[in-house]
Design a protein. Structure first.
Length: 347
């Protein structure tokens, strides 16, 4: 059995990672770090795990976190991730990071969207971006992996096939709706239930930190530059992301061709599907590691055809902890679907 430390284990993503790894046949979580519930069993924060483990929340230094383990899984703030990364490198421990600390290749983009200069920009080139469907060969055996953001995962999956086909150029506009669990376990004024339950509001329009990773990777996979205008919207859901992206193609591209490209890109993929008789929807993927993607075309306007690309996923699973486990499986050469197979809950 490989051994792992989980940091940031008292949050929603930590709960989902534990739920998967406590029944994983190849890896054992030996310690769980957190900033709260210290000394208490993990069920103090995650009641659904009651009786499934003897693990307790611990306050761990970076050196303690990486001691005698094969991998450290980090669900931490950006600055804390960098500190643990240095300790992991010194002990030759693998790292799977769920924060935004190492997702970008450009230090300038990091500074613009995260509001400060990266403290160790030389580390950015050492991480593999953890998008399994589009980066699988590089993830196999990788030592350091940066799991994508939830919005980024949803938007990239819905647009990457069109980028690779050369149809994603110029301006792309995306509106994505997200559930409240994406804001974390600690309530603030904008995520507290009384103000969220019957409300829709945008936040960080055109400035969300997931924007540069989406652009970087779509440009990498498609080989062409593009501009993304991204507007996130919080909605009264607990789990889920639904993204709608708008772009245009030349008049000779049909909806059938667009759908063929989408279906071909994900043929054989276990965790991305193109619904046959409907468009993507959150209830179809909630609590699962499955993402849905779809596409429709509009009428010709000025010699161009408008395209709407859709994506839906569970922000805590395929958009977060589930994808992290998928990456972990690839890093160690295991079946990438270990503990992830199966449909979600409905309704």
């Amino acid at each position: 059995m490989r051994k792992a430390t989980l940091l940031g284990g008292s949050g929603f993503a930590g709960a989902e990672i534990l739920r998967r790894l406590l029944r994983h046949p190849e890896i054992e979580v030996v310690r769980v770090g957190a900033a709260d519930h210290l000394g208490q069993p993990v069920a103090a924060a995650h009641p659904h795990l009651e009786g499934l483990t003897e693990l307790h929340f611990e306050e761990l230094t970076p050196e303690q976190a990486v001691a005698d383990v094969d991998v450290v899984i980090m669900g931490l703030p950006h600055a804390a991730s960098v500190q643990v990364m240095h300790a992991a490198r010194a002990q030759n421990v693998r790292v799977l990071d769920l924060s935004g600390a190492f997702r970008l290749r450009s230090p300038a983009s990091y500074q613009r969207y995260y509001g400060e200069a990266h403290r160790h920009p030389e580390l950015l080139q050492e991480f593999v971006y953890g998008q399994p469907e589009w980066n699988r060969s590089r993830l196999a055996g990788a030592h350091y992996v940066a799991s994508p953001g939830c919005f980024a995962t949803c938007i990239e999956l819905s647009l990457a096939p069109f980028a690779r086909a050369g149809w994603l150029t110029g301006a792309v506009r995306t509106v994505a709706l997200t559930g409240s669990s994406g804001a974390g376990a600690s309530p603030v004024a904008t995520t507290h239930h009384p103000t969220r339950a019957h409300n829709l509001r945008t936040y960080k329009p055109l400035e969300h930190a997931h924007t540069p990773e989406i652009v970087e990777n779509l440009e990498l996979w498609g080989g062409r530059s593009l501009e993304l205008s991204f507007v996130p919207v919080s909605v009264p859901l607990t789990r889920g992301i639904f993204a709608t992206s708008f772009f245009s193609v030349s008049a000779d591209v049909s909806e059938a061709q667009l759908r063929d490209v989408l279906e071909s890109a994900y043929a054989g993929e276990r965790f991305v599907r193109v619904p046959k008789a409907r468009l993507p929807e959150v209830v179809a993927v909630a609590t699962s590691n499955i993402a849905e993607v779809g596409v429709v075309c509009g009428e010709l306007q000025g010699g161009r055809r408008e395209v709407l690309a859709f994506g839906a996923l569970d922000n805590l699973v395929k958009g977060g902890a589930g994808q992290a486990v998928q990456n972990l499986n690839l890093m160690f050469g295991w079946d990438e679907a270990l503990t992830l197979d199966g449909a979600g809950s409905y309704p």
